[in-house]
Write a protein that binds this ligand. Structure first.
Ligand SMILES: [Zn+2]
Length: 266
């Protein structure tokens, strides 16, 4: 067990930090960030933590319970409080709760997705392994095979982009992408339900070709081409959103329908 250093959370000149919870939380975060404690380490007993932090034991206990619900620690009977690495699904839940009441949250998440994927594809150009390429190729085959099927097509599309982000080998990008997955999946599903099945051959070809270009750029290791192809892939959704914002209640005109459908398969 790593014994924590004396806490250094009372900052001279600053306002006293509010609740006992934030004292415990700040303490734990700083210890984790500077590497004093790691996954699997046992924390000091409640009594000693309370003394060190200058808060009561019930407050320490309450804070540790809250932290355990976040998956940051695990309270084990007869063992004590053990530091954990939270599962990324916790982050997804937090995203979903925090964004559930934000207007246009899905559009906002899309902006984050664009930022994240554009960096991911650049890294993928440098780091993708044969296995990553195979995963993307499999997903591309599925996109092609399910282009007439909204539900499976959406899943295949999601798999392709997930494989792309995984190929970045950036743990943080992968985790953030996973956290957004719930909202992204919902957005795909809702839009697909709105649009329904389509029979636009040109649009179907574009969907497949877009992904083929992305894969080829990664295989070629051409970061600029990859970035450009990805932005182009996302831009169609932006155009549609703009049209929708300008005429929210007007039914989609015929030429826009293909683009709308395409958006669901980003
Ligand atoms: Zn796509």
């Amino acid at each position: 067990m790593t014994r924590p250093k004396a806490p250094n959370i009372t900052r001279a000149g600053s306002e006293p930090q509010g609740s006992g919870f934030s004292k415990v939380f700040d303490f734990l975060r700083e210890q984790l960030l500077d590497g004093s404690i790691r996954n699997g380490d046992r924390l000091l007993p409640e009594r000693e933590l309370a003394l060190q932090l200058g808060v009561s034991r019930p407050i320490v206990r309450e804070a540790l319970r809250a932290l355990s619900m976040m998956g940051v620690v695990e309270i084990r009977e007869r063992v004590g409080t053990v530091v954990c690495r939270p599962d990324v699904s916790v982050l997804g839940d937090v995203f979903a709760f925090s964004l559930a009441q934000v207007p246009d949250a899905i559009d906002d998440v899309m902006q984050a997705r664009i930022a994240l994927e554009c960096q991911a594809i650049r890294l993928a150009c440098q780091r993708a392994t044969t296995a990553d390429i195979e995963r993307m190729r499999d997903a591309l085959d599925s996109i092609e095979a399910t282009v007439d099927d909204a539900t499976h097509g959406g899943l295949a599309d999601f798999d392709f982009h997930l494989a792309l982000v995984r190929a970045s080998k950036s743990d943080t990008l992968i985790q953030l992408y996973g956290a957004m997955a719930t909202l992204l999946t919902r957005s795909h599903r809702d839009r697909r339900q709105l649009v329904g099945d389509h029979h636009d051959e040109a649009m179907k070809r574009t969907v497949v070709e877009d992904h083929r270009h992305l894969l080829q750029a990664v295989i070629d290791g051409d970061e600029d081409a990859a970035d450009q192809a990805l932005r182009q892939h996302f831009r169609i959704g932006d155009d549609l959103r703009r049209q929708k914002a300008l005429a929210p209640s007007r039914p989609a005109a015929a030429p826009a329908r293909a683009r709308k459908t395409k958006e669901t398969t980003q």
